[in-house]
Design a protein around this ligand. Structure first.
Ligand code: HEC
Ligand code: HEC
Ligand code: HEC
Length: 349
């Protein structure tokens, strides 16, 4: 028998009518409790692995930063362990009913490459509940998480606790809040290349406006957004007060002095021909506006990252942040490096 056009059209019509009918009848189950058939489960994972492998193709993997481990571990404890569990806490019972269940990552991480882990954490996994990173302009943060995930399978409970800075304590509200901030922000927990800023010595206004900006999403950061949104406006204001009263410790990190001269010159005089303003005409002045953060003694890698984000136009902040987009626009990548080196080693007045 020949297959004629009318057979094909008949088949297509039958499918077009019967699929909505069957769906409407309600016999296709969406219950998580009954699980997937083995073959569906296999198919979905096969589709997921294939999709992530293809998406990761051509992803450029930067050097993974070990100094971001502590920050990423603290973020993992508050944002990932709630589903995946961690070396100090089993997966919570509340997520056991999810389909698929968030897996224990210890065994699975070694089955993915760095580029694939990046794709998973940046974009999440559709149909599973695995969320995307809250911001798509912060690849640097996602790479910090990937660096930590590489370390994760070899951590025991104590190693994990130390890395994430977890301590139990009975402190008052602001001190308890500060203890939670200090899992990342304590100067003693920062390596030379840390992506975390020092908070001491900034003005109350800058700290408060910044926390508000993280909370309302106008300054993108998957890490700090999660922190700021979990606080009330009063908490944000109280903790801003708290850190503004703490003295800034002298810079501990010294970089190559050769970089400083060029950095110092740019910071003091700017570069008229390239339309780069003098940074010190706003920053670190005795009578400067409280909206201008202080840069002296701030961590070098943090300063450099912020300047690059200003250049990319993705660094939000308080109401004056657009000033910095203009100030950073014409900096070369070498300018960024020398300025970060200069300011991180500069003594606060
Ligand atoms: C709301 C729950 C939830 C949260 C929060 C969550 N995940 Fe997931 N995650 C999942 C689920 C569900 C899967 C998919 C499991 C599957 O396909 O079987 C998954 C998959 C993964 C995978 C791939 C593992 C594999 O081979 O299946 C990685 C890696 C991962 N998550 C890392 C993270 C990291 C890092 C964070 C925190 C930034 C995080 N997850 C936050 C639920 C969650
Ligand atoms: C999981 C680690 C982590 C925790 C916990 C954390 N922070 Fe942060 N914080 C970061 C990182 C990383 C950045 C840099 C984000 C960016 O690039 O915008 C940051 C940036 C900030 C900034 C911006 C500073 C500047 O100079 O612009 C403020 C303010 C801040 N955090 C306050 C807090 C407060 C207050 C708490 C506690 C309630 C806290 N953070 C808890 C990691 C953390
Ligand atoms: C006209 C004033 C002005 C000038 C000139 C200026 N800045 Fe800024 N800068 C600001 C303001 C305002 C902010 C705060 C933005 C916000 O709301 O987060 C800022 C923020 C920054 C930050 C982020 C600090 C942090 O803690 O996150 C860095 C880094 C920075 N400036 C570096 C520079 C450098 C380097 C120069 C010189 C090339 C410069 N600035 C010139 C006003 C200025």
């Amino acid at each position: 028998m020949f297959i004629r056009w009318r057979h094909v059209i008949g088949l297509v019509l039958t499918v077009m009518i019967s699929v909505p009918l069957i769906t409407w009848s309600g016999v296709i189950g969406v219950r998580a409790s009954s699980g997937h058939w083995k073959v569906t489960d296999w198919f979905l994972h096969w589709a997921m692995r294939s999709s992530i492998r293809t998406a990761a193709f051509g992803t450029r993997v930067p050097e993974l930063n070990e100094d971001a481990w502590a920050m990423a571990a603290a973020h993992f404890e508050s944002a990932c362990a709630t589903c995946h569990g961690s070396p100090i806490s089993p997966r919570p019972a509340s997520v056991d009913g999810m389909l698929p269940k968030p897996p224990d990552l210890k065994l699975l991480i070694p089955t993915w490459s760095d580029a694939e882990l990046f794709q998973i954490v940046q974009h999440g996994v559709r149909f599973t509940g695995m969320p995307a990173w809250p911001s798509n302009s912060r690849e640097d943060e996602v790479w910090a998480i990937v660096a930590f995930l590489r370390r994760y399978p070899s951590l025991d409970a104590q190693g994990y606790k130390d890395l994430a800075g977890l301590t139990s304590s009975d402190l008052d509200v602001t001190d308890r809040l500060a203890a939670s901030c200090n899992t990342c922000h304590a100067p003693g927990r920062m390596g030379a290349n840390t992506p975390v800023p020092l908070l001491e010595g900034q003005s109350t206004a800058y700290l408060r406006d910044t926390l508000d900006a993280y909370a309302n999403g106008s300054r993108p950061s998957g890490v700090m957004q999660a922190v700021a949104r979990s606080m009330t406006a009063k908490d944000r204001s109280d903790i801003a007060d708290y850190y503004s009263q703490m003295p800034l410790t002298a810079p501990s990190v010294r970089t190559q002095p050769s970089k400083h001269l060029r950095g110092e010159q740019l910071a003091k005089d700017g570069d008229y021909s390239k339309q780069i303003p003098a940074c010190l005409s706003c920053h670190d002045k005795q009578d400067g506006s409280p909206a201008y953060p202080s840069l002296s003694g701030q961590n070098e890698a943090y300063i450099a990252t912020q300047l690059r984000l200003f250049q990319a136009g993705t660094r939000g902040g308080g109401s004056y942040n657009k000033i910095m987009h203009a100030a950073a626009k014409n900096l070369t990548s070498e300018d960024v490096e020398v300025l970060a080196a200069y300011f991180s080693a500069r003594q606060p007045d």
